[in-house]
Ligand binder design. Structure first.
Ligand code: ADE
Length: 244
């Protein structure tokens, strides 16, 4: 699953005998990829869109595991544009039912974070390590000043494109004060993680850092997604699917 077409284009091009199915206002591409049965779908943006896409994947397409690939804004120290983050947990940064529940706690789940599947995430991390080297050799010279690094940690999701340094700083500090060290922000992962937790479906996610969630966040966003994040996603997921 990806949020945007550019994030998925590279994968779609390689799908063997693609079959198109329309459900819930989305196009699902079913086919084979390196010998595995896969379904590719765009979630659209935001938590509700992502949750409904994940539910449809599970209920209508009977998928046994879900991997999300896309871009995120870096908010943790040392997370720079071009880096890759594999999530080990997700939190909803806009969840706030205080004073009924602690800020960030998911009501009636008795927790704030949702944990990704350990085995899938370990494979994704290893695939990212290999894929990153390959992708950065071929595609990235003109886009990145420094060699990309790989991180594993908490990603915060919410229905906001974070586009000011002050907003990013406040979010980072509020999460930190509640005991959560977020590396990056995006708009879908925690919702998919929650649906997957509800159904007991293993979930993992990898995000390329497209911006620092600051006042420059929107600049060159589209070019970055198509020129860098898309080849990254393809290189990483090719490695990943061979490891399944
Ligand atoms: N995805 C990529 N960059 C983002 C940002 N700055 N805020 C939210 N989601 C993002």
């Amino acid at each position: 699953m990806s949020a945007l077409l550019d994030e998925q284009r590279g994968l779609l091009e390689q799908l063997d005998k693609p079959r198109r199915a329309e459900r819930a206002g989305r196009t699902f591409w079913c086919g084979h990829w390196f010998g595995h049965k896969v379904v590719l779908v765009l979630s659209k943006l935001g938590k509700v869109a992502a949750a409904s896409t994940a539910t449809t994947l599970i209920e209508a397409f009977d998928v046994k595991r879900i991997v999300f690939t896309g871009v995120a804004g870096g908010i943790g120290a040392g997370i720079k544009v071009g880096d890759v983050v594999v999530a080990d947990q997700f939190i909803q940064h806009d969840m706030d039912c205080s004073p009924l529940f602690k800020r960030f706690e998911i009501p009636l789940y008795a927790r704030s974070t949702l944990t990704c599947d350990e085995t899938l995430s370990a494979s994704l991390l290893e695939a990212a390590r290999v894929g990153l080297v390959k992708a950065s050799e071929h595609f990235l010279e003109e886009y990145l000043v420094e060699a990309p690094s790989l991180h594993k940690g908490l990603i915060a999701s919410g229905d906001q494109f974070i586009s000011s340094a002050a907003q990013a700083d406040r979010l980072f500090k509020d999460l930190k004060a509640a005991g959560f060290d977020a590396l990056a922000v995006e708009m879908e992962g925690a919702a998919v993680a929650q649906v997957c937790a509800d159904y007991g479906v293993p979930f993992a996610a990898v995000r390329t850092i497209s911006d620092r969630a600051d006042d420059q966040a929107h600049v060159d966003f589209s070019a970055f997604v198509s020129q860098v994040a898309s080849p990254y996603a393809r290189a990483i997921l090719q490695q990943f699917v061979k490891m399944l």
